[in-house]
Design a protein around this ligand. Sequence first.
Ligand code: ZN
Length: 345
Amino acid sequence: MTIPVFDGHNDLLLALATGGTTVALVRDGGGPTQIDAPKAQAGGLAGGLFALWAWDEDEDFGPLEGASYDPPLPGALDEGAALRRVIAEVAEFRALAAAGVIRPCVTAAEIEAALPGEAMAAVLHLEGADCIDPEFRALHVLHALGLRSMGLVWSRKTRWAEGVPFRFPSGPDTGPGLTEEGRALVREAGTLGIALDLSHLNEKGCDDVAALTGKPLIASHSCAHALAPHARNLTDRQLDQIAETGGLVGLNFARAFLSPDGQMGADVRLETVIRHLDHLLEHLGEGGVALGSDFDGAQVPEEIGDAAGLPALIGAMERAGYGEALIRRIAHGNWVDVLRRTWGA
Ligand code: ZN
């Protein structure tokens, strides 16, 4: 059974902007990315949040391996340099749309209408507000270009807040909460109707966002800390906090966050993925669990491999006794619902 998947996180735009692939290869297949149009068709990947992400090529985070690891938390990016990176990725997003690979969406109704189609329903997401100026001009321009979801931080320090380091083992309470400017950005995003993403934010920052927004809390690509004690994962207290707001967690497929030993190269089986889904379901209920693959940004379990492998995960859900209605909610329904409640359309 192919069930359409709307997924909470991918880094395909980064691969395009850095020359790792081309729009033609993504359209026709045969390229190196975990997502392309033929793989998406084969696996039922019907859409998702497409991340804009800025980086500094001099930074090296090293392999996430060893009994414990704790790479230093990178400092703030230059705002102008970050904006140039993000503009390049927005241009790739628009080129994918022009090529018919994606259909940009700014409402839940548009996502629902696009899900059965050939082009992937695509929501523009900003993973870290490094490119945003304190007057929010860039935020307004990106909103006009279709931005409807944003994380305040990636795993680094910013003027707004602090991300969690890629530390293992560790809880997510690793630093200070939002700055005054960060609080203002949360309010501005709320005014514009941009969903806020908690993945990569440290625990104090998550608490601050929870206190500031009346919207459902969303973590687009995160796993359960109770099963894998990585700083990037969400504790049971955080899951319960998200549940109280009618929010959602998209399960990250990254092996380093799924595996109890935190290893990037770990042999993570589908049973482990199901264990995380079971744990999320226990805390968030059937309306609060979804997927956030991190395709083209992470090493994922071999049994999934890439977008074409999504039916293997759906099959594992079936074998675990998940009924079709629940699988449809996890695969796409819960994302559509939470975005509708967040955006109001
Ligand atoms: Zn991420």
